[in-house]
Design a protein around this ligand. Structure first.
Ligand SMILES: [Zn+2]
Ligand SMILES: [Zn+2]
Length: 336
């Protein structure tokens, strides 16, 4: 098969990805193999390719928002069959034995594998996945629309979940979103459907701010601009630590600021008064399978409409360069 691999991390502009012929392997007994149709590009792919996340596997095929058709199944797989359309996400598999797995917090597993980081991902014509960590894709979404749901969507959903709000509390609440790329443009659609007003702080007037307005933001401002009301909660999707004190300053007493990224630049020190008043700051790490399933159901019922910019398979490096330059409106998707 054709696959994009990286051997060692380097700045994306120096073209660390190479297109090569790569062997196709057979699935193990609990695995499936997909013929890849689409693969979303995620900021985490950039963190992997550029070395902000340590190299765990080399050569590595990145990519973890994969939609495809199953073309082979392992002998112990009973939930899927050849020909099924499925999605593969970041959480490739967990150990099932550690305290976190046993307590229902498999997103925090001590021995996890991640698609496109510790095992090969979807910047390729075929990919292997663990059947039990694979999702059915609702019929409402075509392959391009579905790809960004698998990380940007699921992680955005978990960020909303970690506000701790009930369905009633979402109604009329004021939610801030800092950084408005793939995850932000999905999270706003869920939050609006749940009855909240959304305040978006993001740079890039032309693409990100325009899309936020299109998707019904109550107010749109610059990355560190202060919204006109006190917010009940905020999510920071931008990997910019300097936004943490900015977001804390805009949230009410008892409010929560959720950090949605896997990597963030250092957080500057700030006065205790910013977090006093029982304000909370918490990160999101990965997702559980339950998050994924619950999200896909909600996304289909809203229905969420992903705004995508497609790239052909040979253009994969250009997709990552565009992401790095904040030049994608919505989510980038590679059509394999
Ligand atoms: Zn575990
Ligand atoms: Zn991702």
């Amino acid at each position: 098969m054709k696959a994009w691999i990286m051997k060692a991390p380097a700045a994306i502009h120096t073209r660390p990805l190479q297109l090569i012929d790569f062997p196709i392997r057979e699935p193990a007994e609990d695995e499936i193999r997909l013929r890849v149709s689409t693969c979303g590009v995620c900021r985490t792919d950039l963190h992997v390719v550029e070395g902000e996340l340590p190299l765990r596997h080399s050569p590595l095929i990145p990519g973890h928002q994969i939609v495809g058709i199953i073309d082979a199944v392992g002998s112990a797989v009973d939930e899927f069959a050849v020909g099924d359309r499925v999605g593969v996400a970041w959480l490739h598999r967990t150990c099932g034995k550690c305290k976190f797995c046993l307590d229902g917090n498999e997103n925090l597993c001590d021995q996890p594998d991640f698609t496109g980081w510790t095992v090969d991902g979807g910047y390729a014509e075929y990919v292997i996945a663990a059947a039990k960590f694979t999702y059915k894709i609702p019929a409402a979404f075509d392959d391009v629309q579905a790809a960004p749901l698998l990380c940007a969507g699921i992680i955005g959903f978990r960020c909303l979940r970690l506000t701790g709000w009930t369905a009633v509390e979402w109604r009329g609440a004021s939610l801030g979103i800092y950084g408005f790329g793939a995850a932000g443009h999905i999270a706003i659609q869920l939050a609006r459907a749940r009855g909240s007003d959304v305040y978006v702080c993001t740079r890039d007037r032309e693409r990100h701010q325009a899309l936020a307005e299109e998707l019904g933001a109550t107010w749109v401002g610059g990355a560190s601009e202060k919204p006109p009301v006190q917010l009940d909660a905020s999510i920071i999707f931008a990997p910019a630590g300097e936004l943490v004190p900015v977001a804390l300053d805009a949230v009410r007493k008892g409010g929560v600021v959720v950090l949605g990224g896997i990597h963030m630049s250092p957080i500057p020190s700030f006065n205790y008064s910013l977090i006093y008043g029982e304000r909370m700051l918490r990160s999101v790490a990965n997702n559980t399978r339950e998050d994924g399933k619950d999200f896909l159901l909600e996304a289909a019922s809203v229905p969420v409409r992903t705004h995508t910019q497609t790239f052909s398979f040979p253009e994969t490096p250009e997709a990552l360069i565009a992401l790095k330059e904040d030049a994608i409106k919505g989510a980038g998707v590679i059509v394999v």
